[in-house]
Design a protein around this ligand. Structure first.
Ligand SMILES: Cc1ncc(COP(=O)(O)O)c(C=O)c1O
Length: 417
């Protein structure tokens, strides 16, 4: 570990929380170099929806490598990209009657958000964007301006402007009445507020504490955006790709986003890729090559990502996500009930579930205790007070139960101590 401590930047974060050198991963399990086994309830912060080294995805990737398939191609046409586009359109978009262009950009989530913001500003000729308290959208300056967390924002070094943050639905004052307030403000020609280019929202705030917006609120937001001539950008980077038991986290919300940002789970096996779904009428505002990037669309990610889309050709995986999500809720409710005076609460959707313990130090202690006992998760939310569980969707039921038991025991140890 000295190599990391001595030579790797002080910016290290997860390696401090999980002080082990990992060498192997299979589905929901990970091993460190001492041979210790961990059940992974963090899954690469929502990347590994289909598990570590998913055999089908890995085989497709290995075949591609063995055949000397083109690995890097800028945004040139490749057969791997065509297969991915066709798979995505036929499996995800067409059954939902969704008409979107697929835009590939730099390979991580923040790149998708940057591209979405830039396009919204181009389309509308406006500058300001509405984002929400606790929202998390990435670390590059445009996305960081939309990210609410003060710790991340203070590292920017320049003003993070052209974004107005509003309360999220679950915040005090953030419900439907707030949307009426915003509407009245923008309608008032002496209100002093410039109409926004976009409203950027996570239907389920993941890093922000697993805060789930209602369909009614999202519909209100959609209508407000349309009435104001702003674009509705839905950031489904962490909650999308099947995490909630449906492909998009907003599948049943009855909204019609102008741009949908995806990344994390899209590449299937864990290699990077980001993609925006853009309404064709907005997409035509791009000039060729106007938003470029060396790693626009990774062929290995296309290959594994195409294979991952097969999980959505029938209901098997999504039904399993519903069932396993119920197991998670049951276990977390049980934990909350064990400490009635502590005021813990449970929330989430599908296999993104959380126990809000209302105390960052406690959540951190539980994470450390879980690590010692062979289970990994990452706290999130304001002050890190929310225990967020996002295991691979493919986790076997017995490992899910075993991981939840470890959490329960770790919590008990911390509550005692
Ligand atoms: C909702 C959301 N948007 C954007 C991002 C940024 O993605 P990346 O870290 O890949 O740049 C994240 C990362 O956690 C996220 O959860």
């Amino acid at each position: 570990m000295d190599w990391f401590e001595q030579y790797e930047s002080e910016i290290r974060a997860y390696s401090r929380a999980y002080p082990a050198v990992f060498v192997k991963g299979q589905n929901a399990k990970q091993w460190d170099e001492t041979g210790k086994e961990y059940i992974d309830f963090y899954a690469g912060a929502g990347v590994l929806n289909f598990g570590h080294n998913n055999p089908k995805l890995k085989a497709a990737m290995m075949d591609y490598l063995a055949e000397d398939g083109v690995l890097h191609s800028l945004d040139m046409m490749t057969a791997a990209k065509r297969d991915f586009i066709q798979g995505f359109v036929e499996t995800i978009l067409q059954p939902r009657k969704m008409d979107y262009k697929l835009q590939f950009m730099g390979p991580t989530g923040t790149n998708a958000v940057e591209a979405a913001l830039k396009l919204a500003r181009k389309v509308t000729g406006r500058q300001n964007v509405i984002a929400f308290a606790q929202g998390f959208h990435g670390m590059t300056l445009g996305a960081l301006a939309c990210t609410a967390n003060g710790y991340f924002r203070q590292a920017a070094g320049v003003p993070l402007n052209h974004v107005s943050h509003c309360p999220f639905e679950t915040n005090v004052g953030g419900g439907l009445a707030m949307l009426d307030t915003l509407r009245a403000l923008y309608d008032n020609t002496s209100g002093g507020a410039e109409k926004p280019a976009a409203i950027l929202v996570e239907p389920i705030q993941a890093e922000g504490g697993v805060n789930v917006a209602s369909a009614e609120w999202l519909q209100g937001l959609d209508k407000l955006a349309k009435d104001l001539g702003a674009l509705l950008i839905v950031d489904d980077i962490q909650a999308g790709c099947g995490r909630t038991g449906q492909y998009f986290s907003f599948d049943e919300a009855g909204i019609d986003p102008d741009i949908i940002t995806l990344a994390k789970g899209l590449g299937g096996l864990g290699t990077p890729i980001a993609m925006n779904l853009v309404k064709p009428e907005h997409d035509q505002h791009w000039q060729p090559g106007e938003h470029t990037g060396t790693f626009r669309g990774q062929n290995l990610s296309f290959v594994a990502g195409r294979e991952a889309l097969r999980y959505f050709e029938d209901d098997q995986l999504m039904n399993a996500v519903h069932d396993k999500g119920e197991i998670m809720v049951g276990a977390l409710e049980q934990m909350a009930q064990t400490y009635p005076d502590a005021g813990f609460s449970v929330r989430g959707k599908g296999m993104m579930q959380a126990l809000d313990v209302g105390d960052g130090a406690l959540a951190k202690a539980v994470a450390r205790e879980c690590f010692e006992r062979g289970m990994l998760f990452g706290p999130c939310g304001v002050g890190g007070s929310v225990i967020k569980l996002i295991p691979p969707l493919t986790i076997p039921e017995d490992e899910l139960v075993a991981g939840l038991e470890i959490l329960s025991e770790a919590l008990a140890a911390c509550m005692k101590g």
